[in-house]
Design a protein around this ligand. Structure first.
Ligand SMILES: [Zn+2]
Length: 280
């Protein structure tokens, strides 16, 4: 599942590929639920509009259109966005294809085998985006923001950080990495963190996300991650720099103790049993 660094990489790829400024010639919807259910209404509404800007909030990609509306896109489990020539072979998993004009010949393809992804046309994205929690790469993110989120909550720190209404953009990989960096066990109640631990976590979260972005995301398994140019192959390198995630049995990079896999809130989690002390 793409997390903030992977979504950010998709955004940069689409920008570099010249998507902003391109006009939508037509919208071909193969799976209506991807666009919210009404394929024909979506098609009629976006045809002729122009993609003026791209930005990210949490794991959402926001395409701002010339009309003032937005295409609010979420990749969810398996979504990918490819900007490809119309003649490029299709996989059969393209749920939406936006044909582009100015110049013609390319398509923005929303490839999504598991069909959980969404590309919604909205007049105003703020009602949805305002439900999201703190933006971890914002200049205002820090100890104060995190303390405000954690201090009243007794929930375990890991499920809390996965909650997009608390901090936006984190998923299983980067939460495990951030908690290891800050030496905090994932089962610790959020309000049990000391001021020093909260301060360490406030640094660790943007640190692991920035590292992920520098490495063009994390690509796991056989997938090549979420990239615009499939012909360029898997460029993501962050899987080689993960400290604990899916490194069960490997030595902790800090102390050498074998990394252990545990289940926290039904999610597999990776910890150093020496660096990250469980709650009593
Ligand atoms: Zn360790």
């Amino acid at each position: 599942m793409p997390e903030l660094p992977e979504v950010h990489t998709v955004l940069e790829d689409l920008r570099r590929a010249g998507l902003p400024g391109r006009r939508i010639g037509d919208a071909l919807v193969e799976w209506p639920r991807t666009v919210g259910g009404d394929a024909e209404a979506f098609r009629t509404a976006v045809r002729g509009d122009r993609i003026d800007d791209l930005r990210r909030r949490g794991k959402y990609l926001v395409f701002t259109l010339e009309s003032g509306r937005s295409l609010l896109t979420h990749l969810r489990m398996s979504g990918r966005l490819y900007l490809q020539p119309e003649s490029a072979p299709r996989t059969g998993y393209e749920r939406v294809r936006l044909t582009l004009v100015d110049p013609a010949g390319d398509e923005l393809r929303f490839h999504d085998p598991r069909k959980f992804g969404r590309m919604l046309l909205v007049d105003d994205p703020s009602p949805i985006l305002e439900r999201l929690g703190a933006e971890p790469l914002s200049p205002t993110f820090g100890t104060e923001v995190l303390t405000a989120e954690l201090q009243r909550r007794r929930r375990q720190i890991k499920p809390l950080l996965l909650d997009q209404t608390v901090v936006a953009g984190l998923g299983n990989i980067y939460v495990d990495e951030a908690l290891w960096e800050a030496r905090i066990h994932p089962e610790r109640p959020a309000n049990s963190l000391t001021d020093a631990e909260t301060a360490d976590l406030a640094v660790a979260i943007p640190t692991v996300l920035r590292r992920g972005i520098e490495n063009l995301g994390t690509s796991l398994g056989t997938g090549t991650s979420n990239f615009v140019f499939p012909e360029s192959g898997p460029r993501a390198r962050n899987q080689e720099e993960l400290r604990v995630f899916r490194r069960t049995g490997a030595p902790c990079p800090r102390c050498g103790t074998p990394i252990r896999r545990i289940i926290v809130g039904q999610r597999s989690s990776h910890v150093c049993p020496a660096c990250q002390t469980p709650p009593r």
